[in-house]
Ligand binder design. Structure first.
Ligand code: CA
Length: 656
């Protein structure tokens, strides 16, 4: 077959004029993924405005080696298609869409599942070839309920790029699952560390193919968080050992997922459908100019992402795209959940349809997101998947910025402090966090920091957290907002902050490294800063082993005690009661009657954020202390009754 061999086929050239994007014919039921068998391959693209679509075939993922070119056939509803006979495995390809008389830049196709270096060209592969041995027999680790989840937010490169991690594959997918690695002092690192900590899920910062790291120049250290999407359905190349070969990143990504699964840890992907890195010349715009994005009143790109554009999930083919993409990752890669970046940019209906579709694959796939936008949007607020609309979302959770800022201060204001760092009047906000942002009769919502009413229908629809990749680390925030505080107090505040998160009924979320007092040296927006700011330094584990031990024991306490994981607002209303305290800077509550099947009959939790001891009058009877100051002893430290003293800036847990 020669160059442009398909060109002379008869075709109908149609000039298309539509009044609006809503008039475009759609093919929502069409399978748009490239199909491969050893006998033929089928290439498809949806572009109702295309005048012609050309398929370009290459030997490699880069360079000037076009070997063949074909024109696709125009089908119904904007679909273009070509079936090529023969075995095309291993070839690279792109599409060129002719629009208003000229060919737009080549696109690998937004449904590309394998791409070469820097994601310029797609590759025909047999995905079956990319499966590690035993892939089909492995299963997702057991998860009974979303309430049991403990999230750990991780960047692939951060975890192993420090030489002190002892990793053989620093910064790579397969580095994340290497067992037996240790720091100089002999403390375990990498996946052994994550496993020892006891979290149930790792949440990976973007691992789909993003734009800004040059995969062809990995000899130069480069860092990016990855919120700059390019190809949504293929792994990022810079975390693979060979980004030039499209198969390698897929194989290694699957090895990573399988490695986590084998160690009992589920894997969540951070997905960034709200915008694309490129705007005018994005892959979406090279296929159907304008369609996949929302427009501002002046006709320009609207920008609810704050990144130059925002996608239009309410349009049929964008909605289909988001749903198909997540389904693809959940099946082909056995991904266990999705964290939606700027979820508020998307419409509620799309997210609910997605939730429904994912449940058909596996009802334990977890979906959550940032219930806000990064700017104004033409999508009406009532339709947005915002935190305030979580009551309309089906089993989809939103991050609680109420808890985040209530516990340790506003992330946008350096001076701002929170409950643990000495701010006054945040007791109701902390209580709101305890009940997972749901309704509870013991809370005066008018006194809460941001939300003035409950927004989560059940506690598993709220993500409880105090820090994440954005903004300062917890340690840095405490240091910056409390320059006067001695380090010993900072450590106590640090412990208390996540003690609140891990005993609250929402789904707890930890920023990787917080369990060893991670610092980013005061930098807050580190998305493209060097490794030496972003990496986890493994000497921290040795220096702060007491903090690690505390976190690990807290996670174990949560996992062993269903009373901290009640499924409904009704159950909390019945079993959880807040104490009235005369002192500010403290919150106390009791969970009673073996709540949610807990082995402990009654549990009392006291958070004392004051720099002095808190006097607390216990209810009748003898109580056993399980957590006091830095100590967590599940079988109990001592028995107490009557008036007790809760140490400064600490959590106390007692039980009967
Ligand atoms: Ca990339």
């Amino acid at each position: 077959m020669g160059y442009l061999s398909g060109l002379f086929r008869w075709r109908k050239v149609v000039s298309k004029e539509y009044q609006s994007f809503d008039d475009y014919p759609v093919c929502t039921d069409e399978n748009l993924w490239t199909e491969y068998t050893s006998r033929y391959a089928v290439f498809k693209i949806w572009s109702p405005v295309a005048e012609e679509v050309r398929l370009n075939i290459y030997d490699r993922g880069h360079g000037d080696d076009l070997t063949e070119s074909f024109l696709l056939d125009q089908k119904e509803n904007g679909l273009w298609k070509i079936k090529l006979r023969g075995d095309y495995k291993g070839i690279y390809y792109t599409f060129s869409v002719k629009y208003k008389g000229r060919f737009l830049d080549e696109t690998p196709g937004i449904y590309a599942t394998a791409v070469g270096v820097n994601g310029h060209r797609a590759m025909i592969i047999d995905l079956e070839d990319t499966n590690p041995e035993g892939w089909h027999n492995q299963s997702r680790p057991k998860l009974n309920s979303f309430n049991d989840i403990v999230l750990y937010e991780l960047h692939v490169r951060d975890m192993t790029i420090d030489p002190k991690s002892g990793s053989s594959f620093p910064g790579k997918y397969i580095g994340l699952i290497e067992t037996g690695t240790k720091n100089k002092e002999g403390h375990c690192t990498g996946i052994d560390h994550i496993k020892a900590l006891g979290v149930t899920h790792v949440h990976l910062l973007p691992v789909f193919d993003y734009f800004m790291v040059d995969e062809a120049a990995l000899h130069n250290p480069q860092f990016n968080w990855g919120y700059d999407p390019h190809n949504y359905n293929t792994p990022e190349g810079s975390y693979s050992t060979d980004p030039f070969n499209a198969e390698v990143r897929i194989k290694e990504f699957k090895q990573m997922v399988m490695g986590f699964h084998k160690n009992g840890i589920r894997v969540i992907m951070d997905v960034v459908f709200n915008h694309t890195y490129l705007t005018e010349n994005s892959l979406f715009n090279r296929e159907v100019p304008g369609y996949y994005y929302r427009q501002a009143k002046d006709g320009g790109w609207s920008n609810a992402s704050g990144c130059g554009n925002e996608t239009a999930s309410e349009r049929a083919m964008m909605r289909k795209y988001i749903i198909e993409s997540c389904k693809f990752w959940a099946t082909e890669y056995k991904i266990d959940g999705f964290r939606f970046d700027l979820m508020g940019v998307h419409d509620i209906e799309t997210l609910n349809l997605l939730s429904e579709e994912l449940k058909k694959i596996d009802p334990t796939i977890f979906v959550y997101g940032e219930g806000w936008t990064g700017g104004s949007s033409p999508l009406p607020e009532a339709l947005r998947a915002m935190k305030a609309n979580t009551l309309k979302l089906t089993d989809i959770a939103a991050f609680s910025d109420d808890m985040r800022d209530g516990v340790k201060g506003n992330v946008f204001d350096n001076k701002s402090t929170g409950f643990v760092s000495g701010a006054k009047g945040l007791e109701e906000t902390i209580k709101f966090g305890v009940v997972g942002s749901t309704y509870h009769p013991g809370i005066d919502y008018k006194k809460c920091k941001y939300s003035k009413k409950h927004w989560a229908p059940k506690p598993s629809q709220a993500i409880g957290y105090v820090s994440c990749h954005d903004n300062n680390t917890l340690y840095d925030k405490l240091i910056i907002s409390r320059p006067d505080a001695p380090l010993a107090d900072i450590r106590k505040m640090h412990r208390l902050a996540n003690a609140i998160v891990l005993t609250s009924q929402s789904v707890p979320f930890l920023h990787a490294g917080v369990e060893m007092m991670r610092t980013k040296y005061g930098e807050h927006n580190t998305y493209n800063l060097p490794d030496d700011i972003n990496r986890i330094e493994w000497n921290w584990k040795t220096q702060n082993h007491d903090i690690f031990d505390y976190y690990r024991a807290l996670i174990a306490l949560r996992k062993n005690h269903p009373a901290f994981r009640m499924p409904t607002s009704e159950m909390m209303g019945e079993k959880l009661r807040f104490f009235h305290l005369n002192d500010g800077g403290a919150v106390a509550y009791q969970v009673s009657e073996n709540a949610n099947g807990d082995p402990w009959k009654n549990i009392i939790v006291v958070y004392n954020a004051n720099p002095k001891s808190l006097h607390f009058a216990l209810p009748e009877g003898v109580w056993r202390v399980a957590v006091k100051d830095a100590w967590i002893v599940p079988e109990g430290i001592e028995d107490v009754s009557g008036n007790i003293s809760v140490p400064p800036i600490s959590m106390m847990v007692l039980f009967q």
